[in-house]
Design a protein around this ligand. Sequence first.
Ligand code: NDP
Length: 328
Amino acid sequence: AKAPVRVAVTGAAGQIGYALVFRIAAGEMLGKDQPVILQMLELPMEKAQAALKGVMMELDDCAFPTLAGMVGTDDPKVAFKDADYALLVGAKPRGPGMERKDLLMENAKIFIEQGKALNDVASRNVKVLVVGNPANTNAYIAMKSAPSLPSKNFTAMLRLDHNRAVSQLATRTGKAVTDIEKMIVWGNHSPTMYPDVRFCTVAGTAAPAAIGDEAWYRNEYIPTVGKRGAAIIAARGASSAASAANAAIDHMRDWALGTKGKWVTMGVPSDGSYGIPKDIIYGVPVTTEAGEYKRVEGLAIDDYSRTMMDKTLAELQEEQAGVASLLG
Ligand code: NDP
């Protein structure tokens, strides 16, 4: 039998956390043969800790064969101790009258503290996924706060955008999601992200031909994918939690277990390619193997794509400039 691995989850009693930890415990992220120890962080407030206790009681009641142990805490150094995987879901939501800039600063403080804690106590190979928004910039902050850990181990979640892009294309073309390959979503996890179907195939047909209507692609498809989160809030009266948790599982599973040549989108620190300045955490196409991701290299970037990619890049640079003073 495999030795257990340690999986840290922050904001474990929140909406996404509640849709996430049971699936991790059930072996849906790392495999049914991989025991996990869940290390869950929540805010110190009584209400948050009580909710976390309730989640842990339910985890007990599932009697998952793959759940080898669990820890609930309000201390990042306890949650991240020897962690092999860290899913940073907890983040401060925008309050009434709060400016985007204030939100950025509030979250920067959280992710500086968590980056430092990861730096001090996590496994030297910890794989970090940031879900809490603004996810790319939070991942950047955590990475910069953890100088002893490899930067490449800090990633942000673009997978929900990727999955939305695949699903919308499947609907349009009347094909199955499994018929769609080589989707890309470039950039920031925000409405500026750019779903690029130029290399994508639908049951072997080039996606632009399968769509057959460039105006639809530019004017309907791209905004539909970009604004899907808001559409779900409008429909459900609450934000997308199950699909976000599902995307987090997909991201980590693929990173850990490999995609067998299949392209997926991950937000990863830039190596300077595709005109994205080094270290910016930007959604790019990758394949994964043996626990490592590899950028898909050498794709041609046309004028329209350049414009779209620069727009989402500019937003990320603005976010980064907003927190620069805190990173020293
Ligand atoms: P959710 O679980 O719904 O969301 C958590 C974070 O994920 C938010 O930043 C949210 O961004 C983000 N997110 C990313 N993608 C999506 C998506 N597709 N749909 C919805 N959200 C997305 O929030 P809750 O408030 O229910 O739970 C957060 C938990 O985190 C709480 O239990 C809180 O106590 C805890 N927390 C822990 C902290 C810590 O550990 N230090 C700090 C702050 C909070 P957005 O806000 O843009 O929706």
